[in-house]
Design a protein around this ligand. Structure first.
Ligand code: TXA
Ligand code: MG
Length: 319
């Protein structure tokens, strides 16, 4: 059986990618499972390794906005504004695609999701390659995204040869995705770039409403741990309950069964710890139910709450 190596060898990563292999790469949001975005066979390997349905398009990563015209045929003014302000960074723009981008990469859509990631190792890697990298989050389909090389190893280590080690991800949740609907920018997925930050540079945009499936990745049940997660607090503590908390533990539950996202109440810290916390709770012995607390609904808090709601099977009101 294959077993991935974890290392910082850019040359090795480059050689594997040039040979049409997949490499896990660090970004500021989460780790990606990367391969040549322009090669259908390589892209097919990405879908296979993730067991991802072929109707869910991949994000294409480029080293600079200068290379955008190689993948996208238009850069509307809203997209130009956003790329100038937020790239490199946790923002994906959905734009009309060029023919050079295979249909498999975009799941048959006429548009392509593009972003310039903000991680020095990955930027250097991209600069040394003659093609952009398609990279979905490096997790099996439907599971929480990896924010460390070890997370990638635990889930995909038997399917790839190399994991480029860029440390723990700075942001910890996926990029915000913005596309266009009826000539207007629309936020398709909440993520590492907050709505407030976007408001500073764009006046007129929409946010996709709950229930609209505009980005195929917006299924309700996504990013989910295996142990059932519900939003709220237990009415009565049980030894098989755990809790995912924002700042403070629940006094009535065993402290060893609780994970605090940010004791100081910092939403950036909470975002960076979110997926690691879900994994920790998933791996706890003897736990059958996770009670998760929503965080304040502003800034990155909205993206955190979005992930928590998608991960949950239902929510309970505390009696
Ligand atoms: O932060 C991120 O965005 C990470 C890192 C690795 O860059 N990537 C990531 O990829 O989260 P993934 O595949 O897990 O989620 C990408 C989502 C898909 O679910 C898909 O719905 C949406 O991006 N997407 C990609 N291309 C699209 C397109 N042309 N139109 C609409 N949605 C698109
Ligand atoms: Mg994903």
């Amino acid at each position: 059986m294959m077993e991935a190596e974890i290392g910082r060898d850019l040359e090795r990563a480059r050689a594997l990618l040039l040979a049409g292999e997949l490499v896990a790469i660090p970004t500021e949001t989460v780790y990606g499972l990367a391969g040549n975005a322009l090669d259908t066979e390589v892209v097919a390997k990405i879908f296979d390794a993730k067991e991802r349905p072929h109707f869910d398009p991949l994000i294409v990563h480029i080293d600079s906005v200068r290379n955008l015209p190689k993948c996208a045929s238009q850069l509307p003014s809203w997209a130009e504004t956003l790329s100038a302000r937020f790239w490199p960074g946790p923002l994906t723009l959905v734009l009309p695609k060029r023919e050079s981008v295979p249909d498999l990469t975009t799941a048959g859509l006429p548009t392509v999701g593009l972003r310039v990631p903000r991680h020095p190792l990955t930027i250097e890697l991209l600069k040394g390659l003659p093609f952009p990298l398609a990279a979905p989050s490096a997790n099996p389909f439907g599971y929480v995204s990896p924010t460390t090389p070890e997370h990638v190893f635990a889930q995909l280590g038997h399917r790839i040869k190399y994991i480029l080690d860029g440390g723990a991800c700075e942001i910890g949740i996926e990029s915000t995705i913005v596309g266009e609907r009826e000539g207007k920018p629309v936020i398709l997925r909440l993520g590492g770039t907050s709505i407030e930050a976007i408001q500073e540079v764009l006046r007129d945009f929409e946010i996709v409403r709950k229930g609209d499936i505009l980005a195929p990745g917006m299924y309700q049940s996504h990013y989910a741990p295996r142990v059932a997660l519900i939003l709220g607090e237990p009415e009565e503590p049980q030894s098989n309950y755990s809790a995912l908390r924002f700042k403070e533990p629940l006094p009535e539950l065993d402290l060893n069964h609780q994970v605090i996202l940010s004791p100081s109440g910092d939403l950036h810290e909470a975002a960076a710890n979110l997926f690691k916390a879900m994994r920790q709770l998933d791996e706890m012995e003897g736990i059958d139910l996770i009670f998760a607390e929503l965080v304040p609904d502003d800034g990155l808090g909205r993206a955190i709450n979005d992930r928590l709601k998608r991960a949950s099977v239902l929510s309970v009101e505390k009696a």
